[in-house]
Design a protein around this ligand. Structure first.
Ligand code: HEC
Length: 104
């Protein structure tokens, strides 16, 4: 890697890291309040609502991406009640679920 590339990568990392951490915390709070009544949001082995997938399982699906989550959370669903989220809440929820993916 050229020194300039290293510098650019480092710079991008420094720029992104705090924003992501903040999103993660906001996301955790949001999903606890809005989603945990149905979904397992963490290490739980079962969701409170059996039809709702565990977020860890959602994250583990190969088809789950930031985009797929954001599209899902912006659209209406058959079984999940359509919860109206603000755009920044959608970002936070998507970031939270994707955060579970990295740990697996
Ligand atoms: C009242 C129960 C309920 C609540 C509250 C709820 N969900 Fe769900 N959710 C479901 C059910 C049931 C499904 C599966 C059926 C479906 O896809 O519509 C689902 C599916 C999903 C999926 C799709 C997984 C896949 O297969 O791709 C995502 C993502 C998701 N929920 C995120 C959320 C988020 C984020 C919140 C909180 C903002 C939330 N849900 C709140 C019941 C709920």
């Amino acid at each position: 890697m050229k020194p300039t590339r290293v510098a650019t990568t480092l710079f991008a990392f420094i720029l992104c890291a705090p924003a992501q951490a903040q999103n993660g915390a906001a996301g955790a709070q949001l999903v606890k309040g809005e989603c945990a009544s149905c979904h397992a949001i963490g290490e739980e082995t079962k969701s409170p609502e059996p039809k709702a997938p565990r977020f860890a399982d959602v994250a583990a699906l190969p088809s789950t991406t930031e985009l797929s989550l954001k599209v899902f959370l912006r659209s209406s669903h058959k079984n999940m009640p359509s919860i109206m989220l603000e755009p920044d809440e959608i970002d936070a929820a998507a970031a939270y679920i994707l955060g579970l993916k990295k740990k697996n």
